[in-house]
Write a protein that binds this ligand. Structure first.
Ligand SMILES: *Cc1c(COP(=O)(O)O)cnc(C)c1O
Length: 392
């Protein structure tokens, strides 16, 4: 994470200003932590149960530690990650909240997780035995969440085997049977019967475990889409990723009004030039000027996560400018004929708002043939993250 306090606190990063005077970076991401707090409060009100802030992949590209801190300030009860390394990063930053690794953890590293008080997902006997041994070695207790595969076909015990593993977890020494969970494959498609079927399977597993007197304290199933589109799946805890960042779960499962996207991606116009007709622009000369044209350069490229794709657009002076020619590793070219006022040093917006204009991550996802999730996760670590609203 960038610790340059001058850049972090600079009022030059005013989202309404088109010219970030003295901008410290070529291109950068701004994260509005008050938007994260706002979104967590709205998620808590919507779900009426505990909220887990899902922070895998460096907080969906937003920066896991500052987002986690903001989420906890706003009342999130848990942090969720995909990997042990991500959980340890949060601990190293001083976060002492409950943390669950939602995905696979190599059994050889259970001891590290247990020593750091990190909860693990598990789904078979050999994992329970590994947890017992690791907990014995570090002199602690392993906190386990039993993962049931009700239809995602990715991770977890099949429903028929769930009661058996639940009994093993409940009976094992040095093991706390802390949770029971599943994950939906199609919660973002309100018209699909799939989530309904998965929920039915999960309820059946839960009923069996309850009948055996083994219900763990935390039953959870809902991701962001399910929080809005399957509110009956909220149970004891909901796992919110994309919605916490203010991004829509899918075109068919959109956030209600009041959620705010936390991330903006910006670049400085590094050069503006006027070219004669017939000049080739960028590698391969795929674009050739048709007349006298103004062409600008932005210091952002595919190595930053800006896809090498035609039909990109950016916002400059609150209007759209087309990206022309091939996207290079570190730079792109934009056509400025519609923007005679554009000058070197002006701010271009790749994702976010500029005045009244908006260019959401969802639009970039559609242009790139992917989803908003992949767009924000794909912004490279070399792009500095600047945090706004930390005093919040
Ligand atoms: C990523 C993930 C989530 C969060 O999903 P969103 O759609 O971003 O809310 C929840 N649960 C599990 C198991 C996940 O892997």
């Amino acid at each position: 994470m960038d610790k340059d306090s001058g850049a972090r606190n600079s009022s030059g990063f005013n989202t309404l200003s088109y010219t970030p005077n003295g901008a410290a970076y070529s291109n950068w991401v701004e994260i509005d932590l008050q938007a994260i707090e706002n979104n967590i409060r709205r998620l808590r009100a919507q779900a009426r149960t505990q909220v887990m802030a899902v922070l895998k992949a460096n907080g969906y590209g937003h920066g896991a530690v500052p987002v986690a801190q903001a989420a906890l300030r706003a009342g999130a009860a848990w942090c969720g990650v995909a990997r042990l390394e991500e959980a340890l990063e949060l601990r190293r930053a001083g976060l002492d909240c409950p943390i669950l690794i939602l995905g696979y953890t190599p059994t050889g590293r259970y001891a590290e997780a247990i020593a750091a008080g990190i909860s693990l997902a598990a789904w078979d006997d050999s994992q329970v035995q590994a947890a017992v041994q690791a907990a014995g070695r570090v002199g602690g207790a392993a906190r386990l969440h039993l993962k049931v595969d009700t239809g995602m076909s990715r991770l977890g015990t099949q429903p028929e085997g769930a009661l058996h593993v639940a009994r093993a977890m409940a009976a094992a020494p040095r093991v706390i049977f802390e949770g029971l969970f599943t994950h939906f494959a199609r919660a973002d498609e309100p018209a699909s019967a799939s989530a309904e079927q998965q929920l039915g399977q999960f309820r059946q597993v839960l009923a069996g475990i309850e009948a055996a007197g083994l219900r763990p304290p935390l039953v959870h199933a809902a991701n962001s889409a399910a929080i809005f589109c399957r509110p009956e799946a909220s149970f004891d805890l909901v796992r919110a990723g994309i919605a916490m960042y203010g991004l829509h779960p899918s075109p068919d499962c959109r956030l209600p009004p009041g959620f705010r996207p936390a991330l903006a991606w910006k670049a400085v116009l590094s050069q503006v030039k006027t070219l004669p007709p017939g000049r080739g622009v960028s590698y391969g000369h795929e674009y050739v000027t048709r007349a006298v044209e103004r062409i600008g350069t932005l210091p952002v490229g595919y190595a930053d996560g800006y896809r090498r794709q035609t039909s990109n657009q950016v916002l400059i002076h609150g209007a759209r400018a087309p990206v022309v020619g091939r996207v290079c590793m570190d730079q792109v070219l934009v056509q400025l004929d519609g923007l005679p006022e554009a000058r070197e040093g002006d701010e271009a917006v790749l994702i976010g708002r500029q005045g009244e204009a908006r260019l959401p991550a969802e639009e970039l996802g559609a242009r790139w043939g992917t989803v908003n999730y992949e767009v924000v996760c794909g912004i490279s670590p070399r792009v500095p993250r600047v945090y706004l609203g930390e005093e919040g």
